[in-house]
Design a protein around this ligand. Sequence first.
Ligand code: 2X7
Ligand code: FE2
Length: 298
Amino acid sequence: MGGGKIVAGIIAPHPPHLIYAENPPQNEPKSEGGWEQLRWGYERMRESLEEVDYDVIVILSPHWQTYVGTHFLGVENFKSLSVDPVFPNLFRFNYDMQVDIELAKTIHDQAEADGMAVKMMENPDFRVDYGTIVSCHLTRPDWDKPIVSISSNRSRHYYSVEVMQEMMMQLGESTRKAIEASGKRVLLIASNSLSHRHFTSESAIPEDMSKEHITSHAMHLWDMRILDLMREGKTQQVVDEMPEFIEQAISESDGGSLTWMFSALGMPTYSPLMHGYGTIIGTGNVIMEWQHEKKGGV
Ligand code: 2X7
Ligand code: FE2
């Protein structure tokens, strides 16, 4: 086939608080709002993506954790109730999603041919992780595009950050090759927070914004450093500095989604669109878009 391409890549964070604050009909708990800066950022990103023509979303979420290789959702439809294990008071979401199994299998096969350990996840009762659900919902609330969902191989915990980085660089390349061969137009999502030190207790009203702030000045400085590098197009430097970022800011990029996306985009050197930054229970979160096709990316 051939002729497929990655048309854009985004960082789309997944704290369930954002869904709670939006009050979509799928979520049982209801709120008085909150975390507006980030929700307005998502709004701006959705507006910008209206101009992007894509067939399918490919997402890697750190909350689908696998220890033996990288897994891909391999069932056409998943429909169930997702309850956040830590925040059941905020997130009880009825999801109904379509999976592009053909593309999932193409990426799976390419990664396998490139020497990676991979597996198609074919259990129809599998509970889809909330990271995938939250990022996909906030990016495309109509749920009218199929997705490919990729697990986060916890090589960082089993081996080291360096092993995780190498594997995600390879997975990114395999993903790009497979997409090109598929003939499809793809939106990539790296679903993760930046600094990830969070509060250990919840305020009486979860959406009380007078209580929301970054956990510490050090976390703020780390987030701003990584944001500056990304905005200057220095994605290779972000990857080079990631071991320290993960160690010192407990960054959720330890799940590999950022490295995977940068690799799939060919380590972009152009400036991304900055849609918003904000904190959620003390963690740092950015909404950012690499306009890959528009910027003439590989
Ligand atoms: O998964 C998350 C997260 N990454 C950050 C903050 C709060 C909750 O959930
Ligand atoms: Fe998370």
